[in-house]
Design a binder for this molecule. Structure first.
Ligand code: G1P
Length: 291
């Protein structure tokens, strides 16, 4: 497979599940410990070797663009106050000049439509897609694991991160059918978006990390509506799977669905417990709270 250099981050969603917190602030800027959700996901992409970060934004998302820009006043103040550690932190988080692009999804027509909005910025090469609602906690990030696995299959293949969920919850996700084993991955035999529980091909669900071939854009261009009258990415992948292989990777690590309040709070606890500067005191507080 050609190297994966570009990643798409769809960040146009309204974040209604977190109102009123998200009334004036994008949900992608909600902090998990002291880093915005979107920063965690960009960190994962950088660790995987991504060079260009493409954000599909919408109205009221300008602050995401500011977050990935330099903040001269703040830098000057930190320098004056000799806050070297804070300054280094700010600088190391910043993608290099020219390595970010922002485009807008003008209407909320679904994930497939958001991805299609990035077509000109991606061009004719395979790309990664990371949904910022999902965080995966592991030393080797989920996307890095996928790129390593993808390098073993080569050609025009597509790779999707999958995980097991309890059967009662399969109707909340894209679900895949399991075929023959292929190295660390398996061949995906079918994909279906939010199936009724009794029609799900398995309890392995699509986890918000994808490596896709650019041919997906031609299919998305048709603008066919699916579940919820939205242009569904999963439907376009079903079409593409008629011509190209799709593989599933059961990644290592724990995932958090930060699109839900409980998942978001759990992520905060889990990430705080991994931080040497916070964990000891935080553990004591948690013990007190839990009695
Ligand atoms: C999207 C995808 C779905 C996937 C999920 C992961 O759904 O369409 O296939 O399982 O993300 O979080 P959404 O959560 O946007 O409804």
């Amino acid at each position: 497979m050609k190297p994966i250099r570009k990643a798409i981050f769809p960040v146009a969603g309204l974040g209604t599940r977190f109102l009123p917190a998200t009334k004036a602030m994008p949900k992608e800027m909600l902090p998990v410990v002291d880093r915005p959700l979107i920063q965690h996901v960009v960190d994962e992409a950088r660790q995987a070797g991504i060079e260009h970060f493409i954000f599909v934004t919408g109205r009221n998302k300008g602050v995401i663009e500011d977050h990935f820009d330099r903040q001269f006043e703040l830098e000057a103040t930190l320098k004056d106050r000799k806050k070297k550690a804070d300054l280094t932190l700010l600088q190391q988080d910043l993608p290099g000049p020219g390595s970010t692009s922002f485009t807008r999804q003008q209407e909320p027509l679904g994930l497939g439509h958001a991805v299609w909005c990035a077509r000109e910025l991606v061009g004719d090469e395979p790309f990664a897609l990371l949904l910022p609602d999902v965080l995966v906690q592991h030393e080797t990030g989920c996307l890095a694991q996928m790129i390593a696995a993808a390098s073993e299959v080569g050609g025009r293949s597509n790779v999707i991160a999958v995980e097991e969920v309890p059967h009662e919850r399969v109707d909340q996700y894209g679900v895949v059918g399991i075929g023959a084993k292929r190295g660390k991955m398996f061949t995906i035999t079918e994909m279906v978006e939010k199936p009724p529980r009794d029609q799900a091909p398995s309890n392995l669900t699509i986890t918000g990390r994808y490596i896709l071939q650019p041919e997906i854009f031609n299919i998305l261009a048709e603008g066919k509506r699916g579940a919820g009258n939205e242009i569904q990415l999963t439907d376009a992948m079903v079409e593409l799977a008629k011509k190209q292989p799709f593989y599933g990777l059961k990644f290592e690590g724990k995932s958090f669905d930060c699109g839900s309040k409980v998942g978001f709070l759990a992520a905060n606890v889990a990430y705080a417990l991994q931080r040497p500067d916070i964990a000891p005191a935080f553990r004591e507080e948690l013990k007190k709270l839990l009695g």
